[in-house]
Design a protein around this ligand. Sequence first.
Ligand code: UT7
Length: 336
Amino acid sequence: MTGHGLRGGVTAVLAGLGTCLPPKVVTNDDLSLVLDTSDEWIVRRTGIRRRHVIEPGSSTSVLAAEAGRRALKSAQCDQADAVVLATSTPDMLCPATAPEVADALGLAGIPAFDVAAVCAGFVYALATGAGLISTGIAERVLVIGADTFSTILDPTDRTTRAIFGDGAGAVLLRQGEPGEPGALGPFDLGSDGSLSQLITVPAGGSRQRASGVPAAERDHYFTMQGKPVFKQAVTRMTESSRSVLARAGWTADDVDRVVAHQANARILAALADSLGLPPHKIASNIDRVGNTVAASIPLALADADLRTGEKVLLTAFGGGLSWGSTVLHWPDVVPQ
Ligand code: UT7
């Protein structure tokens, strides 16, 4: 699906950016003490050197609220008309986590809801926030991506534990003009549920419970078929990027920086290759944070040292399968 998300000259403009990482750091050497892995393997196959994880007692909403608070500060604003939270690790299966986040920010009363599109979640949430603005439902939307995959990883799975980290990032979208720096769009969004089994948490939803058969203990853990997911990630992000660039009237050469979902440094290199871009145009902070799922794009935006006016392409891919892309001219914002 593609669309400009614009109506009557009103569009969503990125006006603030905030992030939050939990203080605890787990290095590759830390993992190699408890799993059959090594710093050498993880760096060579993924580019990841360390990741942040929450401590017991913390949760996704804590990180999300802090990132949201910082995004509001970055936008020099203390109000929003809606909170859209992208997450696949909500505090609870029910209710959504966003209302608690809104309440923690002193924004109780406004619409607040979760969007679940795994690693593509932040782009889906941006599109949702942009839609609320372009339809006149809201003037300012706080869009947050937050995940704590450390809470759903199989402690014995060396592959997923090497990759995922916890974190949150948020942007404040405000009503503005299509030509302004920070104006979002067009968007390209898509999914392919025929391949949903490549990335799953099998138990905990309605399917296993409805059967009446108790779930096996390990079925509550996250599973991923790494190799086919790798190939799909490169293909889908490339196609989605090309599609959104065509809609925007940009060529790949026009793009100053690509801020893609950070899943694996080799995926980022393959994406640069398939888009015909030099590697330095692809932002990467995966060495420091790993794959933070819905938080990945805002965390990478904050680390990318973007200059005002630069042409930025955002693209993401993940479980669902789901993918999405959008573009913007980078606005004059200071990440908090
Ligand atoms: O966020 C969006 C969705 N996620 C992604 O896009 C991730 C996509 N996939 C990947 O990034 C890669 O496929 C992985 C990093 C997950 C795995 O890398 P790979 O190069 O595809 O490894 P593999 O799964 O083919 O495994 C190769 C070998 C296996 O050993 P054998 O069977 O050849 O003896 C694995 O058991 O590497 C082994 N291995 C490890 N060895 C040391 C897997 N994980 C580790 C590890 N340390 N952490």
